[in-house]
Design a binder for this molecule. Structure first.
Ligand SMILES: C[S@@+](CC[C@H](N)C(=O)[O-])C[C@H]1O[C@@H](n2cnc3c(N)ncnc32)[C@H](O)[C@@H]1O
Length: 201
């Protein structure tokens, strides 16, 4: 399983490389949700790093991203993917902007906020299991077999909202309810995905 997932943490080729070049830059929905403007490069904590794909896109757009991942297996996969990518001269400057910590974000965020200035916390917990899974990408199906369901997302969102960051962004399936039924400040939508954006006073 982890061998198959290895292909999905290859930042140098395949769909990630394609998306880095053709993903729409700062006009893509993820960038808008994070609040990337022409000059602004917010510091982001990706509290649910997974395979590092969203974090990599954000780093390729100029953000510094601190990734948190609680699964030891997934964190190791991601760590190895980052090490391999550092050897690629084109990609290495992007990887420089990524940092990985193997921690449960719900517990770790309050400590992290004491030492780091965080502009945005990004959450992409495992989507609720869907019977009609044609829209669920292969890599997410494989990931689910390792990490299972994320059943404690309400606590994670609460920890993010209580932190001293300015903005919390939650990635959801377009048709899903808001996480923990908390109404966001606004939403940004793409084809199958919705980003719920919570602005903090
Ligand atoms: C859907 S995946 C994230 C995919 C990621 N956005 C990407 O682009 O590859 C969710 C990941 O979040 C991790 N996760 C869920 N809750 C977490 C928490 N409280 N702290 C750290 N990691 C968490 C899971 O182990 C899983 O690997």
């Amino acid at each position: 399983m982890t061998t198959e997932l290895n292909d999905y943490v290859d930042f140098t080729k395949g769909s990630l490389d394609y998306r880095r070049r053709n993903g729409g830059g700062r006009k893509q929905a993820l960038a808008k949700a994070i609040g990337l403007k022409k000059a602004a490069n917010p510091t982001v904590v990706d509290a649910t790093a997974g395979l590092g794909r969203d974090a990599f896109i954000l780093a390729s757009l100029g953000c510094k991203v601190h990734m948190l991942e609680r699964s030891a297996v997934v964190a190791e996969l991601l760590y190895e993917g980052l090490q391999r990518a550092k050897l690629n001269a084109d990609i290495a400057p992007i990887i420089e902007r990524l940092k990985l910590t193997h921690q449960d974000a719900t517990n770790y965020l309050p400590k992290l906020c004491l030492t780091e200035n965080i502009d945005v916390i990004y959450l992409d917990p495992m989507y609720p299991h869907r019977k009609k899974s044609a829209l669920v990408k292969q890599e997410m199906r494989l990931l689910r077999t390792i990490v299972g369901e994320d059943l404690d997302t309400a606590a994670l969102l609460q920890a993010a909202l209580e932190s001293n960051c300015k903005r919390v962004v939650v990635k959801r399936p377009k048709v899903a309810t808001h996480l923990d039924d908390k109404k966001p400040s606004f939403c940004i939508e793409s084809k199958n995905t919705r980003y719920d954006v919570y602005l903090k006073p």
